[in-house]
Design a binder for this molecule. Sequence first.
Ligand code: GLU
Ligand code: MG
Length: 437
Amino acid sequence: MRNEPLIVAATSDFAGQVRGKAFPAVELDKRLKRGIGWTPTNVQITCFDLIAESPFGALGDLVLIPDPATLVKVDYDDGCPAEQFVFGDILDMAGDPWQCCTRSILKAALKRLEDASGLSLKGAFEHEFHFCDRDAPSAGAYTAAGFRAEREFGETLFSVAANAGLKPDTFMKEYGPDQYEVTIGPSMGLAVADQASILRELVRITADRLGQRTSFTPLRNPDGVGNGVHIHMSLRDGNGKPATYDANGPHQLSRTAGQFVAGILKYLDRIVAITAPSVVSYTRLTPHRWSAAYNNLGYRDREASVRICPVSDISDIKAAEQFNFEYRAADAAASPYLALAAIVHAGVQGIEEGLACPEATHEDLSLLPEQELEARGFLRLPQTLESALDRFADDDTVTGWFPDGFAQIYRLHKLGEIEFLKDKTEIDTCAAYEAAY
Ligand code: GLU
Ligand code: MG
């Protein structure tokens, strides 16, 4: 059959969904200049495909300009057309970033980091997801048999990911039933979120091509294991040199990295509405799920919101090069752009306020009495999406990091999502998110 190759120009939106329009590949040059038309109210389409209250109604026009740095063309050599997509920025008709463009919001956050400290961000997203529709779990946690059960998927994914310019790193059978984890190597700045968005699409496309279905939902069932997104970060100076490590600093963090981490933890309860933005996210963010329940720094502790990752003395890579910390209170209901923007803003706020590096915890905070938690400055993270949204919306410092109007529109979006679920049981809520992500 004959076909005209099309490229999807896409955005990763408030719902963490990839939406866009396709255009003929032969018109790429034109589209890089002119973009494709976009509609403001699209941003209020929730993950359940219903439109939340929109301040825009049927009015207005925008343009989505593809960024060729994100152009992906992957051919599966299976007789079907190559997959082509490209992410871009949503601009108003005058060419200025639109207030709800997630990618432009991240660009502004990275610029603030650069202006405040002269530093740039290096990082990578680590993703967990599961295969759906299995009659029985295929293999045990971390097993080689678990890898072999999805060898074809893993090897296909790594091949297309490498072709798309990513650095596939590890693939493994995670702890949950049919749950897998995939990691990719780090990149710089905006590309960190671009690559996370590309990776998620490639997981979905690869599964489709192999007749499988996957989900990145934060929580598959109320008692089950969560699918986390762990965001690894480090800072680089103007010469591209590592700026996170100080052998003599507290927990080996440099002064600026300590301030950055302190900012994340200080504002954590007010940014989880953005980094873990589904109703089921808040069941995942509970103690003993290896996710994050308090605003604590952990030294190699997988229950901490920010965890200092290990550096190995036997590696051929210098400690300062390896050294990074990970943010664990995130999931794939969040657009990678928005999640990273919120974290970077909180970190820069910490630098600007000159915050002291937090003490790392070494114990199970859920066992400590409330007074002790309070005395040591630990907060239990919000336990529902509603309360997370309230904490976000009530803090002028935090909402002020984002463009005018963003906070109200984002909140309306999420309230629409909550409204859709209001009469559903926990099981049905989990099922709805499993289908959506
Ligand atoms: N599945 C856990 C989560 O929800 C993470 C497990 C791990 O440490 O990799 O974040
Ligand atoms: Mg994992």
